[in-house]
Design a binder for this molecule. Structure first.
Ligand SMILES: Nc1ncnc2c1ncn2[C@@H]1O[C@H](COP(=O)(O)OP(=O)(O)OP(=O)(O)O)[C@@H](O)[C@H]1O
Length: 261
């Protein structure tokens, strides 16, 4: 990404001159408070911004320029070059379709699987995201499984076409603390195994530090600081980052003292 600027229809800049790179197998955390422009940035990577926004600059995904690309090009890239898991799994799932069928859809369309091969690929994906009884889950409707299980299903769908880049936009925020930890561990293991690049979005530095190598701090649509997670946590340069680090520490110690974890 280089010089990414996103404006509203009336010209107000929501994201300004953002630049970063995520190499194959690398994991970058995008962190900042609510409204800092994290979600718009991830939507820009997939060419999913609302039509009334104007986008300038460059977003290259593998060899494809996303800014200004035709819908046909974008459809070819989504799922394969990059796939996304959103905060709320229900946004990715059709409430009226059985889970197995939803996972089968990208496998059928993109990998041309049918019949027994398709069925076993679905079961295999459900097992990879460590869902117990994958056959039962495949037959269930989204409302018949728990929130944590739904997020695993959304992750299975994102992994279906073996994307080069996994974008995770606050994937654990809606989950309770124990389920959150399991989900982070799962994402961490799966992306390592597959050598996938990750863009992990969160307002929570403690969460980001568990799954990423580098972090980019955003404020008011701009990058204010970036570097190795350990360096940024140990010695934040900007006052804004320092405040994020302090609040993450306070939360950690409050949890430890309370014996919650
Ligand atoms: N469709 C839209 N029209 C106008 N402004 C928008 C639109 N979507 C987002 N914004 C504004 O753009 C800014 C960045 O929003 P964005 O959703 O990217 O923030 P964020 O960092 O992801 O926040 P959160 O953590 O709350 O999701 C915010 O000020 C938001 O109000």
């Amino acid at each position: 990404m280089d010089g990414l600027t996103i404006r509203t229809g009336d010209g107000r800049a929501l994201v300004s001159e953002l630049a970063f790179e995520v190499a194959r197998g690398e994991r970058l955390g995008l962190i900042g408070e609510s409204g800092s422009g994290k979600s718009l940035t991830t939507l820009a990577v997939l060419g999913l911004l609302p039509a009334d926004m104007t986008v300038t600059g460059s977003v290259r995904l593998a060899d494809t320029q996303i800014v200004g690309a035709a819908e046909k090009t974008l459809v070819g890239v989504r799922g394969r070059s990059a796939a996304v898991v959103f905060q709320e799994p229900l946004t990715a799932l059709d409430p009226l379709m059985r889970v197995g069928k939803q996972i089968a859809e990208p496998l059928r369309r993109r990998r041309q699987l049918t019949g027994a091969a398709l069925k076993s690929a679905v079961t295999d994906l459900l097992a990879q995201v460590r869902l117990p009884e994958p056959d039962r889950i495949a037959r269930a409707f989204p409302h018949e499984i728990s929130g944590g299980q739904r997020q695993r299903v959304a992750l299975a769908m994102a992994l279906a076409c073996d994307p080069a880049l996994l974008i995770a936009d606050e994937p654990t925020t809606a989950l309770d603390v124990t389920v959150q930890a399991e989900m982070l561990e799962l994402i961490d293991g799966l992306v390592r195994e597959r050598g996938m690049a990750v863009l992990f979005v969160s307002h929570d530095l403690a969460v980001v530090s568990k799954v990423t190598d580098r972090v980019l701090v955003m404020k008011d649509g701009r990058a204010v600081e970036s570097g190795a997670v350990a360096d940024v946590v140990r010695a934040p340069r900007e006052a804004y980052t320092k405040a994020l680090v302090d609040s993450a520490r306070q939360l950690e110690s409050a949890l430890d003292l309370g014996g919650v974890r």
